[in-house]
Design a protein. Sequence first.
Length: 49
Amino acid sequence: MFGKAKCKLCGDEVRFALRHLKQKHSEVLSDKDVAKLNMSKVMEKYFEL
């Protein structure tokens, strides 16, 4: 099963990382550098597993 990840930006414990970024940190997803990264790199950069 999947566990929760901790957001490095706000400290929230989240189960759905992409949805969390869309809702609470939409400025991150609009950044062109982040748009080029794959999901595993996004997870490393913004979440602690």
